[in-house]
Design a protein around this ligand. Structure first.
Ligand code: KG4
Ligand code: ZN
Length: 352
């Protein structure tokens, strides 16, 4: 009998629903929340309200696109309901969690709680070719930067992570310093395409082991801009006027973006290379919103060629937040019999 999973993702500012049958994604609908643009970042209260507005139409669209088209089964074809339980914004998570529980109860079908960061890793199991276990995954999102050893869909461990900001935060905060609107990460990517990445050299943090740090890079970018490009450290005498700063950014935007991107990417890939050497693992993946970054994708492929890795990157629609990755994780949990009861609740933070 085929196994059909309906999955719901609502951890931050994307409402998404997907249908997966036997590990094949049949639909993956994602609704963004433009309401946050005017505030320059995600406003948790507004995110919860937008999820409430979006969730029914998004799930309806995912079911129509995924199930009705293939077997006319509608809701009755669903074997289990998977949802993002953690981590994320609690008000946002509660909307998806409550909807999933209600639907599972109404359909009398099992409920599957999914960890959002594990799902980012398993997005690499959606399309062919798939990595072989054990594989390494660099997961880079707005809230996390982790190097994960994945031994099976159920067994994963974090062997390195950021001790301060996540890589996505480093992109977004740099974009904010440049006066770019939210979501800044993709805009840095866009402007970097026309820039010289070697023009400005931001410092590489010296963090032992496989952990990352991005706060020093962020501070050096702040001083660099405050000083209109004359220094990477705080120097009162170099402080530029607001107009001088704006003019400097305007005249050098592409080179600044390319230089910021190149530093963030090199921090990520140096640690990933170290992790691959230490573990001896040759199947290496990237995942999470920042894996949509064109500079990271290109440099990751080049590092793979140089080091003899088999490299894997999810399709764009499975890099940033999406329910397709919740569905594939739910599918493997279904096969392993890992279900939750109806008393399960959302949690903002959770161990693996
Ligand atoms: O995985 P994700 O969609 O959400 C979280 O789980 O956090 O990641 C969102 C992050 C944001 O910081 C966003 O700016 C970043 O991914 N991002 C990018 C790009 N696309 C998304 N950063 C750099 N370049 C991109 N093309
Ligand atoms: Zn995410």
């Amino acid at each position: 009998m085929p196994v059909t999973i309906l999955a719901i993702e609502s951890s931050c500012d994307e409402t998404s629903a997907a249908v997966c049958r036997d590990g094949i994604i049949l639909s993956n609908i994602i609704a963004g929340q433009p309401v946050h643009e005017q505030w320059g970042g995600v406003v948790p209260e507004l995110a919860s309200r937008a999820h409430l507005q979006n969730i029914v139409p998004v799930i309806d669209a995912a079911i129509k696109a995924g199930i009705t088209a293939t077997d006319g089964g509608g809701l009755s074809a669903i074997d289990a309901v998977a949802f993002t339980q953690s981590p994320g914004l609690i008000g946002s998570l509660l909307v998806g969690t409550q909807f999933a529980k209600s639907l599972a109860l109404a359909l009398n079908k099992p409920l599957i709680a999914v960890h959002h960061m594990q799902a980012h890793v398993l997005a690499n199991l959606i399309d062919d070719p798939k990595p072989q276990f054990p594989f390494l995954c660099l997961t880079v999102s707005g809230g996390h930067t982790q190097i994960v050893v994945c031994e099976s869909p159920q067994r994963m461990s974090v062997i390195g992570e950021s001790i301060d900001d996540a890589a996505g935060e480093a992109f977004d905060k740099s974009a904010k310093l440049l006066g770019l609107p939210y979501h800044g990460g993709p805009l840095i990517d866009k402007y970097a395409k026309d820039g010289n990445p070697g023009r400005f050299r931001f410092p590489e943090p010296q963090i032992p082991g496989l952990d990352f740090s991005f706060s020093g890079v962020k501070t050096s970018i702040l001083y660099f801009l405050q000083n209109a490009g004359t220094s990477l450290v705080y120097k009162e005498e170099f402080m530029a006027t607001e107009d001088e700063r704006k003019l400097f950014i305007e005249n050098n935007l592409a080179d600044i973006c390319a230089s910021i991107q190149q530093r963030i990417v090199s921090i990520l890939l140096n640690k990933l290379t170290k992790a691959a050497l230490q573990t001896g693992i040759k199947d290496v993946c990237i995942a999470g919103g920042v894996s949509a970054n064109s500079g990271l994708r290109k440099s990751f492929q080049e590092a793979g060629k140089k080091n003899g890795w088999n490299t894997f990157i999810p399709a764009f629609q499975y890099c940033t937040d999406n329910a397709g990755m919740i569905a594939i994780t739910g599918y493997y949990k279904y096969l392993a019999g890992q279900f939750s009861d109806l008393s399960v609740s959302a949690t903002a933070r959770a161990e693996w």
